[in-house]
Design a protein around this ligand. Sequence first.
Ligand SMILES: Nc1ncnc2c1ncn2[C@@H]1O[C@H](COP(=O)(O)OP(=O)(O)O)[C@@H](O)[C@H]1O
Ligand SMILES: [Mg+2]
Length: 235
Amino acid sequence: MGEMLRLEGLTVSYGPVSAVRGLDLTIGAGELVALLGPNGAGKSSTIGAITGLVPAGGRVFLDGADISPLPTEARIGRGIAVSPEGRHVFVNLSVAENLRLGAATRRDPAGVRGDIERYLAMFPVLAERMEQPAGTLSGGEQQMLAIARAMMSKPRLLLLDEPSLGLAPMIVARIFDLIGRLKEAGVTVLLVEQNAAQAMRFADRVYVLAAGQVSFSGTPAELSSSDLMALYLRS
Ligand SMILES: Nc1ncnc2c1ncn2[C@@H]1O[C@H](COP(=O)(O)OP(=O)(O)O)[C@@H](O)[C@H]1O
Ligand SMILES: [Mg+2]
């Protein structure tokens, strides 16, 4: 399995606040890697550093190429997409418009139409609401839209920042099932979560961040049997 993403000595600071302190992390092509850790651990900062939206030190490699000097648009052009924390769908635009915006960088209209059909089949709840403003969707539906919108750019690497945040347990289970199906369809996923139990059901490997540093990396089974489970994670 080839390596898709490599973070080497990643650092993020906000003035005096050191949010990420020398993070090393790899994701193989086709892997689903979970990045767990409590509030404030540096998970969103890590995602921001990967997309280039947050200034960072260290290096980000995609397919072996150092993309750290590239602006966000260029990184997206290379196949990175993000579903941000808090979802951030365009509430005044319709579901259909949100999906089309996800494909704004694509130049294959037939392919875009095909992918809209594909994701509506995967997220049927959106199909019934295509012309509704996204702001009228429930939290779970907005999360599905945020993920489907990210998928519309045809990413090879999908970054999901706390997709279960604030959702009812039943909806959370559905969101995770969808993430599992995206992985089965061949997408490489970095899943940032505080819901460790759910994320560990789907992850191939797990990193636990604490205060900007890796405090554990290994398989979900290894994490389950480590005492970190009780220390850092709510399940
Ligand atoms: N824009 C910002 N300005 C200042 N401090 C920030 C900013 N964003 C995040 N932080 C701080 O950086 C640390 C890591 O935050 P974050 O990456 O959002 O963690 P997580 O996503 O794991 O909850 C926290 O201490 C947070 O308060
Ligand atoms: Mg966060």
